[in-house]
Design a protein around this ligand. Structure first.
Ligand code: NAD
Length: 294
């Protein structure tokens, strides 16, 4: 565990991450705990590097005394073979977004799923998990699928424009959660009788505006959880609120994953309410950025 006065070096590895909010969030939370944190961006696009050069980047981070790293697109899977140990969650999700360096060993975690759970409990307490539809079976979707099943979702229906991807994820999840997960060809069919909808595709981002499904499919009894957070108020959320659905915006998951990562890096309890306030203030102040990633 870190104590006041400690100096700490963390960072984020990913591509196109120049407008990431992670440095500001972690540095401010560290400052409030009396730590001196430097959190640089290791942007593959700027270094002219590829995920194939991750071994070099990790070796350098280890030698330079990094205490940990956040990992984002396109490295969350590629980093796994390079780590010494994986948390059970990262193992189950097949993806790592947080690497902690302890005694020279690299320990991989995934706080995307736990971050979503943290936000879901706060934003949609008591939501019916009888039958949940998950739109998007990619990186974020896979982490959330594991999270919602471990929360007790009785049925999880996966929909992805890449049908093979949804099918493969359903098969992998059914090994751990037998008979609870199915892949569906279209959202209309999957939403019949559903209690909740989780949206985990990039549709609705500033660079990809629009709705990921027909607004008429949003019945008032459905709760809707969004992962996109730039903008926070997506067209899906607007349509869902107009139909009286209970909703959760993508900021909850973004804050939850940062809270989880901060605690893993430092061993200290993050002040989640303070971190969330800071996150929402930064989003309000920042110019719209189509490419932002956490
Ligand atoms: P990804 O490319 O790994 O996965 C997206 C999946 O959605 C793909 O499988 C794609 O085939 C599918 N898809 C695209 N359009 C679709 C549609 N209309 N219907 C059904 N399926 C569709 O991307 P990702 O890393 O999972 O990111 C998805 C979104 O989640 C991005 O906007 C990202 O910024 C956001 N995200 C948010 C957080 C957060 O903390 N809130 C964390 C991670 C990712």
């Amino acid at each position: 565990m870190n104590t006041p006065g400690d100096k700490l070096l963390l960072g984020l590895i990913g591509a196109g991450i120049q407008r990431s909010l992670s440095p500001a969030l972690h540095e401010e939370e560290a400052r409030r705990h009396g730590l001196r944190l430097h959190y640089p961006l290791i942007d593959l696009d700027l270094c002219g590097a590829t995920p194939g050069q991750l071994p070099t980047l990790l070796a350098a981070a280890r030698m330079m005394g990094f205490a940990g790293l956040n990992i984002t697109y396109p490295c969350k899977q590629a980093v796994i073979p390079l780590l010494d140990e994986l948390s059970p969650q990262a193992q189950a999700m097949g993806a790592v977004n947080t690497v902690v360096v302890r005694g020279g060993r690299l320990l991989g975690h995934n706080t995307d799923g736990s971050g979503w759970t943290w936000g879901f409990r706060r934003a949609l307490p008591g939501a019916d998990l009888g039958c949940v539809v998950l739109l998007g079976a990619g990186g974020a979707g896979s982490a959330i699928a594991e999270a919602v099943l471990s929360l007790g979702a009785a049925q999880l229906r996966l929909v992805d424009t890449d049908a093979a991807r949804a099918q493969a994820l359903a098969e992998a999840l059914n090994l751990r959660y037998p008979f609870r997960v199915s892949a569906h060809g279209d959202a209309a069919q999957a939403l019949q009788g559903a209690s909740g909808l989780i949206h985990a595709t990039p549709t609705g981002m500033a660079k990809l505006p629009g709705l990921p499904l027909a607004a008429e499919l949003l019945q008032p009894s459905l709760w809707v959880s969004e992962v996109v957070y730039v903008p926070l108020e997506t067209e899906l959320l607007k349509a869902a609120r107009a139909r009286a659905c209970a909703t959760m915006d993508g900021g909850h998951m973004a804050v939850g994953q940062a809270v989880g990562a901060f605690e893993l890096f430092t061993g200290l309890k993050a002040d989640a309410a303070r971190l969330e306030q800071h996150f929402r203030r930064l989003l309000r102040l920042a110019p719209p950025d189509p490419d932002r990633s956490t």
